[in-house]
Design a protein around this ligand. Structure first.
Ligand SMILES: *Cc1c(COP(=O)(O)O)cnc(C)c1O
Length: 508
């Protein structure tokens, strides 16, 4: 049995080491560089830099600090961050798995990292080959026929995919009016459908959290373009009737879009193409271990069955008889470009590195461990937290705060208290069909020991909710900052440092 209190102590020690720091470090006249005094007359700025490129904004009040102060400041800030390099990140639906450093090595190889986006095709044959190989791997993994790596996020892939469905239906003569989306869907699904001009019909899930085939049967007619469905769904349960649902949609002339953000439960085990999906996206920044978060570059490839291939964004990449790959712009039915150049290339390199490093057996094993870990957490916490839907968990498990509500505690309080134990909180209040949701996705990255620490922390919090609810409601107690005003933070975000009046005055 691991000791959650020892864990809290460790977190506290780490924080106190960094305490007592002030943010304003500027001291007039301090410099991070030393240059010899110039022995020639200084040219005017306009002689060195074209006038239109010169900055005229007020630089007064920039911090004046020494080199060690700059380095320590940023290094310290980096240690205040929480990431998969510092601990378990059980943020359900987001698949925050560890990003192997091998991927980073590959992406930083000069021949790869320094490719110029405008380099002529003859100079980037290797890059094109690499992209093509990733496309082939992803096709094999998903059971689909063709791929575009242009989209840069899952939601971007959704938009691209639905545009392709629309284009295919338009060519048949009628783009249709509606898209069917289960109520457990990620919010991006209806948003993508609406952006493509569709109205959304929400399908109410069955009491067990699964797609209701009867409701689907009633809703599907020739005014409906298709179904957008996530499998396993956002409750972490496998949609058992997926093949029947696809057949039904196809028999009435529609297409099935599968949201592939939850592929971490399927890779190497089951393929959406075999289940009947016509088009899907993957989140390389979830399933394939490329970094995500903070608005950084992502990659949300779309994959399609043969029938939809002509509509892929152009250029696509084709393999020529001589073995070389090249861009193919001759795509008359294409929906057009969805991204400048060819998407976020560095992410493609990382994903291919991950796939090649693991190989087919390794990918399958990663999936199996991800599912095992989620079920391990579920098994150990099911007496402490309520489970709203009963199916066996896939790669994530959804609890809720029903038991803790009796003591006046909401899921957000539990999340805040978990910070005291040194963990990033799980996903809260999503999916909406599970009020008070606490959605935990441990991923395959965590060891048995780390999972036990997490489970013990959650058990300990469940006990605290009964014995000392006010303490939990006031959490976090060990964090650098106490409970923040989340609404204010969202409405008035402070995204960059600005010189304070004090610093400005000091600089004068
Ligand atoms: C993350 C996620 C998305 C959106 O992906 P982004 O890369 O964040 O745009 C869509 N659907 C599901 C189920 C997701 O978990």
């Amino acid at each position: 049995m691991s000791n959650p209190n020892a864990r809290i102590k460790k977190v506290k020690t780490h924080i106190s080491q960094n305490e007592g720091l002030i943010f304003e470090k500027s001291r007039t006249g301090t410099r991070a560089f030393h240059l010899p005094v110039a022995d020639v007359p200084a040219p005017a700025a306009e002689e060195l830099v074209p006038a239109h490129l010169l900055r005229h904004d007020d630089l007064e009040g920039l911090p004046e600090v020494s080199e060690p102060e700059v380095v320590r400041h940023y290094t310290r800030l980096s240690t205040w961050n929480y990431g998969t390099d510092t601990g378990m990140f059980p943020l359900g639906s987001c698949t925050m798995k560890y990003n192997p450093k091998f991927n980073e090595w590959a992406a930083r190889l000069p021949a790869i990292a320094r490719t110029h986006p405008l380099a002529p095709e003859a100079a980037i044959r290797g890059n094109l080959r690499l992209i093509k190989e990733l496309e082939d791997s992803l096709c094999e993994i998903t059971g689909l026929d063709a791929c575009s790596l242009q989209p840069t996020a899952g939601a971007h892939g959704e938009l691209t995919g639905v545009m392709m469905i629309r284009a295919a239906l338009e060519e048949r003569g009628d783009p249709r009016k509606y898209i069917l989306i289960p109520d457990a869907a990620h919010g991006t699904n209806p948003a993508s459908a609406v952006m493509c001009g569709y109205k959304v019909i929400t399908l109410i899930s069955k009491p067990n959290g699964l797609l209701d085939l009867e409701a689907l049967d009633k809703a599907m007619d020739d005014s409906v373009a298709g179904l957008m469905i996530t499998n396993p769904n956002t409750l972490g349960i496998f949609e058992e009737d997926i093949a029947k649902a696809c057949e039904l949609i196809h028999s009435r002339g529609g297409y099935v879009y599968m949201d592939g953000a939850n592929m971490n439960a399927l890779v190497g085990v089951a393929r959406p193409g075999d289940m009947g999906a016509d088009v899907m996206h993957l989140n390389l920044h979830k399933t394939f271990s490329t970094p995500h978060g903070g608005g950084g570059p992502g990659c949300g490839p779309v994959l399609v069955k043969k029938e939809l291939e002509p509509y892929l964004p152009f250029p696509t990449i084709k393999r020529n008889p001589d073995g070389h790959s090249s861009f193919d712009y001759d795509r008359p039915k294409s929906i057009g470009r969805v991204k400048a150049f060819y998407g976020n290339y560095g992410m493609m390199v990382r994903a291919l590195a991950y796939i090649r490093a693991l190989g087919p057996d390794g990918l399958r094993m990663a999936t199996e461990i991800a599912v095992l870990n989620a079920n391990y957490v579920r098994h150990h916490l099911e007496n402490d937290y309520d489970i709203p839907f009963d199916g066996p968990a896939m790669h994530e498990v959804v609890f809720n705060d029903k038991k803790q509500q009796a003591f006046g505690i909401r899921n957000g309080d539990i999340a805040k208290r978990l910070i005291d134990y040194g963990f990033h909180p799980p996903t809260m209040s999503f999916p909406l069909v599970a009020p008070g949701a606490i959605m935990i996705e441990p991923t395959e990255s965590e060891s048995r020991e780390e999972l036990d620490f997490f489970i013990d922390a959650m058990k300990s919090i469940a006990r605290e909710c009964e014995e000392n609810p006010d303490f939990v409601k006031a959490a976090p107690h060990n964090a650098r900052l106490g409970r923040l005003d989340e609404t204010a933070a969202a409405r008035n975000p402070v995204l960059r440092w600005k010189p304070t009046e004090v610093a400005k005055a000091a600089a004068k």
